[in-house]
Write a new protein. Structure first.
Length: 185
């Protein structure tokens, strides 16, 4: 049985990281979950940092994500937020979506915002994207490497090399993932 994983907005923010997670999910190495609220959050953050873009730029991406993974968009989880306690109340919706979807993990760069004691009450663990990705690659190196190669091959406007994506991974605090993939290529 595949692990169900909620991808936090901070993981979906970076296009290369988001794409790699999605290519791995297409290979059925895990089942992704998110919510409209999670998608709104990462899109809002990008728009804040990139005034040259508009929300319309992301409508297609959001639709493609939801069409490709029809079970990924978690809904009707809001009621589960009541009574949940996290250091940042703005993250409660992520935990509620994880509970609703019976997720095993919340993948996030913000581990401190998801205390293990609180998550354990619901059978969920927070895991850093570098740790989660390296575990996937170590278990399924051939499939994961092929997913990465497919990601690189599909980047053609403009073309981006594998080395450039690995550099972006390193800049996004995915050093172990980048090194592992580099060694497998």
């Amino acid at each position: 049985m595949l692990k169900i994983v909620v991808l936090d907005a901070c993981v979906l923010y970076s296009a290369p990281v988001r794409d790699f997670f999605l290519y791995l999910a297409q290979q059925k190495l895990y089942e992704p979950r998110w919510s409209d609220q999670i998608n709104d959050e990462w899109i809002r953050s990008i728009l804040k940092n990139r005034p040259d873009l508009t929300a319309k730029n992301f409508d297609r991406m959001r639709s493609m994500m939801n069409d490709t993974f029809p079970r990924a968009n978690v809904t009707s989880y809001e009621q589960l937020s009541i009574g949940l306690k996290l250091p940042d109340n703005d993250d409660v919706h992520v935990l509620a979506a994880a509970i609703k979807s019976n997720a095993s993990f919340i993948v996030t760069f913000n581990i401190k915002d998801f205390p293990s004691k609180e998550l354990a009450k619901h059978g969920i663990k927070a895991i850093h994207p570098d740790d989660y990705l390296t575990s996937i690659i170590e278990v399924s190196p051939i499939i994961a490497t092929q997913a990465f190669i497919t990601q690189v091959e599909n980047l053609n406007n403009p073309p981006i090399s594998a080395e450039e994506i690995l550099d972006k991974f390193r800049k996004t605090n995915l050093q172990n993932t980048a090194t592992l993939l580099e060694n497998l290529l």
